[in-house]
Write a protein that binds this ligand. Structure first.
Ligand code: BGC
Length: 402
């Protein structure tokens, strides 16, 4: 027995510029990676060299059977100096959109995925009074990238994580049980930037939304734990979902869960399976993120813009993704409008402060030749995308569709 997804469901994979392009030398992250005593374990360097190899990557994604690709464009390349816009870089990203269209792949473009230009950092980062205005100016400049052939634009990737990183001492942990308090000024500025970006995009006929790291906060059930979920979770997730009410869609980016007791979030238990990022293997994160987004926004359509695990055991990637997709199907059956599922990530990539060790990719690459190899999970996932249906796992746990 197989279970069908809705017609037109988007099946894709996601990436972010800084994590795969290589040599993003004008960005704040590049600076941070090369600062003496940096907490980033290794620099991004050439990464997967996708800046030059994007056409191969898009061709491979299409060949696997996926119908959409979420990628980000890099502000630090488009506006390498304050007020100086590179038409060649705009053309570069436009060619990425066109490469998608040539392969029948729907491009889903993110305008900012954590990294900002060096000059923006130097001039006050998101705390500067004019930061939202500068972002708006960048969005206007970048409009030709998305002005035709694109339906969905993600304005800002994980503003909640960005605000927490800004509030923390270093770049050590992106999603964990010990997340810093968000910098509320940065949160406000990001929201202002999002509203401005949406205005620009809407007037160009584009659908837009921001993508939130949903964290499946769960109370342990001890007295006081429910209250603590609200206290701890609201400034880290709820605030951002509330602000997506009325947007064209909201992105859900889900990986794991966080258990919360009366005294705050708990470390991952010793007896549960964990992934290469140290997070609990928890496939239901996607479904819980979808429900939280749908309820909190008062029914904004949801797109799963990221979901996956870092593992060197590709069988576990398949098991996780199957579990996640079963959860997505359950939310659709409940009547939630889920536009698509974009797996994180197409490629093994630069996992920020953790460097290249946590491998999230459906596809690996050779660090010397950059040659791509699709993992079994990529073929498995592609077969589901083609069928637009999830087959039943047989008794041995293997799928019957392949
Ligand atoms: C981010 C990605 C990151 C992934 C896994 C999300 O927080 O958007 O850039 O690689 O999760 O940590």
């Amino acid at each position: 027995m197989t279970v069908k997804f809705p017609d037109g469901f988007l099946w894709g994979a996601a990436t972010a510029a800084h994590q795969i392009e290589g040599n993003n030398v004008n960005s704040n992250w590049w600076v941070m990676e090369h600062t003496p005593d940096s907490t980033v374990v290794e620099p991004s360097g050439d990464a997967a060299d996708s800046y030059h190899r994007f056409a191969d990557d898009i061709r491979l994604l299409a060949k696997l059977g996926l119908n959409s690709y979420r990628f980000s464009i890099e502000w630090a390349r488009i506006e390498p100096e304050r007020g100086f816009v590179s038409l060649a870089e705009i053309d570069h990203y436009r060619r990425m959109v066109d490469a998608c269209l040539d392969h029948g792949v729907e491009p889903i473009v993110t305008l900012m995925h954590f990294t900002v230009p060096r000059w923006f950092d130097r001039d006050g980062f998101w705390r500067a009074d004019d930061a939202p205005e500068l972002f708006e100016r960048y969005v206007e400049a970048a409009l030709p990238v998305v002005s035709s052939g694109v339906r969905y634009v993600c304005t800002i990737n994980e503003p909640n994580i960005a605000a927490m990183l800004a509030g923390g001492e270093d770049a050590a942990n992106l999603v964990a049980n010990a997340m810093p308090n968000p910098d509320l000024l940065v949160a406000d500025r990001l929201y202002d930037a999002h509203v401005r970006a949406r205005r620009v995009l809407s007037s160009a006929g584009l659908k837009s939304g921001w993508t939130v790291a949903t964290q499946a906060f769960q109370a342990t059930g001890e007295p006081g734990s429910e209250e603590e979920v609200l206290r701890y979770g609201y400034p880290r997730e709820g605030w951002y979902l509330e602000r997506a009410a009325g947007d064209d869609f909201v992105g859900v980016q889900a990986y794991t869960r966080t258990l919360v007791g009366p005294g705050g979030p708990l470390p991952v238990a010793d007896d549960v399976e964990t992934t290469l990022t140290g997070w609990e293997f928890y496939p239901l994160a996607a479904a819980e993120g979808i429900r939280a987004a749908w309820e909190t926004t008062g029914h904004t359509p949801v797109m799963v813009t990221e979901n996956g695990i870092a593992t060197d055991d590709d069988e576990r990637r398949i098991a996780y993704t199957r579990g996640a997709l079963e959860g997505v199907l359950a939310t659709i059956a409940e009547g939630i409008d889920v536009i698509g599922y974009l797996h994180w990530s197409l490629l093994d990539n630069f996992e920020w402060a953790s460097g290249f060790r946590p491998t999230f990719g459906l596809v690996s690459w050779d660090p010397r030749t950059f040659e791509r190899t699709a993992k079994p999970s990529a073929h498995w996932y592609g077969s589901i995308a083609r069928a637009n249906a999830l087959p039943d796992a047989d008794a041995s746990g293997t799928d019957t569709l392949m």
